[in-house]
Write a protein that binds this ligand. Sequence first.
Ligand SMILES: NC(=O)c1ccc[n+]([C@@H]2O[C@H](COP(=O)([O-])OP(=O)(O)OC[C@H]3O[C@@H](n4cnc5c(N)ncnc54)[C@H](O)[C@@H]3O)[C@@H](O)[C@H]2O)c1
Length: 326
Amino acid sequence: MMTVLVTGGAGYIGSFVVRALRDAGHRSVVLDDLSTGHAEAVPEDVRLERMECGATDEVAALMRREGIDAVIHLAALSLVGDSVRDPGRYWLRNVGQAAGLLDACRAAGVDRFVLSSTAAVYGEPERVPIDEDHPLRPTNPYGATKRAIEEMLGHFREAAGLGWVSLRYFNAAGAAPDGSLGEAHHPETHLVPIAVCAALAGAPRLTVFGDDYDTPDGTCLRDYVHVLDLAEAHVRALDWLDAHPGGSLTCNLGGGRPTSVREVIDAVGRASGREVPYEIGPRRAGDPSVLVAAVGRAREELGWEPGRSSIDGIVRDAVVWHRARS
Ligand SMILES: NC(=O)c1ccc[n+]([C@@H]2O[C@H](COP(=O)([O-])OP(=O)(O)OC[C@H]3O[C@@H](n4cnc5c(N)ncnc54)[C@H](O)[C@@H]3O)[C@@H](O)[C@H]2O)c1
């Protein structure tokens, strides 16, 4: 049993990570400034500390007080367009605060760290599926901040013996099958919840950004991974660190299969029994036509399988969650 500090544990993915940790017999403490998260997403029996993750002294004191063994660091700003408009804020909050958090780990003697990274570190793919050795050329500040944090982990490994796992998520989606927990971003920029809300409420219409890509149906291909599969990978990353003290590992986490925007729209139609109102808009600058993960390393190193990540399963759970909220 480990005691794990989960930064961003009141957010979408973090709230599932906290539940997966509990199911695996670990204890969690959530650190979240609630800038985009929801206090009610944290289970009542889990301590929620409302603070910024980069507040080194306070965070180190919290780590000592709670006997923290490992950190799972999900807290971040993560809107691509926002990061293009306001890069300084992204570098200060994502990179600066990660440095403060890692200093706190060092001060408190915490030597196990799991990072939420992203497919955005790769940029425009040279080859698909994208494996972890693909060149890192992020095309926006958000992706660049995550690449910088990954680099920083190497520095802390050298300086302080930190063991780390960086998990590069592709498109997280889905919800708890019983409708008890799911995605509630404001603003929402992710396709699955936007399509589900468009189907259930009839408005606002979904805009498909381009249908003239060189793909089978002309819309972009992406890789969706169920949030329950993602959450489980974090527990396995902690097991990996237990077996490899001071080690380092980078893994993609995706469903490992391409799904087009039109296929998502069709899946939402089937799951909700309603048409998704949509229109075709122009392409968005910087959108690659295909982003698909090679997930072999996560399978081999973590023994992880994205078993719940079919698009129909993901969308079915998202529909249950949005119906339960409306
Ligand atoms: N959702 C996806 O598809 C996706 C894909 C790739 C990577 N990621 C990464 O996964 C992580 C979680 O994403 P999410 O979709 O759950 O986002 P989210 O916005 O729902 O959760 C982020 C949480 O972190 C908190 N937070 C933000 N900055 C903080 C700070 N400086 N100090 C303390 N708390 C802070 C927020 O209040 C929120 O609860 C992020 O690091 C994101 O970059 C997400």
